[in-house]
Design a protein around this ligand. Sequence first.
Ligand code: AMP
Ligand code: ZN
Length: 502
Amino acid sequence: MEIRFYNSLTKQRELFESLRLGVVSMYSCGPTVYDLAHIGNFRTFLFGDLLRRFLELVGYRVDHVMNITDVGHMTDGEEDRMTQAASRMKENKKTGRVAEGAVANPDDPYQIAEYYTQAFLSDARKLGYKIAFEYPQRVPKATDHIDGMQEMIGELIKRGHAYVAEDGVVYYSVESFPEYGRLSGNTLENLQSGAGGRVSDENQSRKRHPADFMLWKPDQHHIMKWASPWGVGYPGWHIECSVMARKLLKRDVIDIHTGGEDLIFPHHECEIAQSCGVTGSRRFANFWLHARFLFVNGEKMSKSKGTFYTARDVFEGRVTGNPVHPAVLRYELTKAHYRTNLDFSEKGLMDSGMAVRRLIEKRQSLEQLTNGQSAEVDLTHPLLAQFAAALADDLNIAEALAIVNQFARTDHRDPHEALGVWKKINSVLAIAPITEGLLDESDSGGGQDDAMRQAEEWCRELDAARRDKNYSRADELRKLIQDTGFEVRTGKEGTTIQRALM
Ligand code: AMP
Ligand code: ZN
């Protein structure tokens, strides 16, 4: 099968071929863990997940790595940064996003980072983001790789790509790397000002070129600091990805690098300069894939307009007034092509809810027909071939979903085969297992189990109330069950429940 992706590096659709037969090495820039991840972040992460799952569907093994940015270099000036993290924490508590006392010492950046890392992983797992289940092996933390960063910085200095400025800061010399600017178009001639990104740039005048970016900053007072050959201090933001990609993927040149569009410059441009600077290769990643931003109701997410949504806001009902099942949010965040600006809306979420329900009901009916026995199918199956071909066309998800919806509406001659097809499609869309148990009355886990037992008790009470013609009590119980997150149906055999999707 011919796979084509739009490569940001060459600005064209290119035939994708992996560097090694049957294996794809892929690096995704991960979350900064000084706040909860928002649905825009998850759009980008789930795009990477879809890409990976598609590659797996067509037979690749995907060696995937994603970093956790837990070094707190987000704004200039240390006080500012920690004050910001603290005030965000306060706000998150006020809005119910973070429980009171969740972080024992909210002045400790390690504790804050650890808290948000776990929160991220929890949300990401609910959304079926595969790599979140591979933590920590494939999800390294920047603070665990400071030695590697220092090693790479040392190597860059040795190779003439980096220098120590007179104030002791180590900079990458962009003039030492002729390819600088190729990804973003910000070539040295085009660049007016510095490329420091999230790192402090107050020392502009000490750099050889205004676009030179920081690799190490000596700073005794920084809240996170490490000893180094260039003094006690902290690393620049870009170096962590170059180091962790090379270390964990064990390659100088990797197949695919992903991230959101805002990372193209300076972050990815700088990653390329560092990685190629140290390996001497012409490319760091063969393919660069970038997801466009998510908007909410046609605009950028905004705190002041109250449209800045975290994943848990959606799950817990703070967006629509009702809890939304993660499978529905996943579907919503992945249903538009990654190179369009996805517009998040309640209406879209409702549509996704219906689409997910249709697919789960499809599985249920196939399982009933087959007793859960599916036949093995592969990509020679015409429907799966079409599904894969759509995704092979630069992840054309809209077309892939149209094929899936058609599948959901078809009556199949061979339900065993159809169930096999369903499972393959699901390996990419990942509706189940995140919805496992959702529509079944049997359930497998913890608190969910208790809620189910309680709701079933109320169902029996409700049936009794109806027999006694105590309709106000029956209504009360129905509301109680719904508020616990179930849909209530009344049938001949009495009241039955299903977990609500939203
Ligand atoms: P951060 O945690 O800020 O480093 O961002 C994590 C990922 O989310 C990066 O790949 C960003 O490019 C991406 N991102 C940030 N905001 C948005 C947005 N509104 N829509 C889509 N992706 C985003
Ligand atoms: Zn990165």
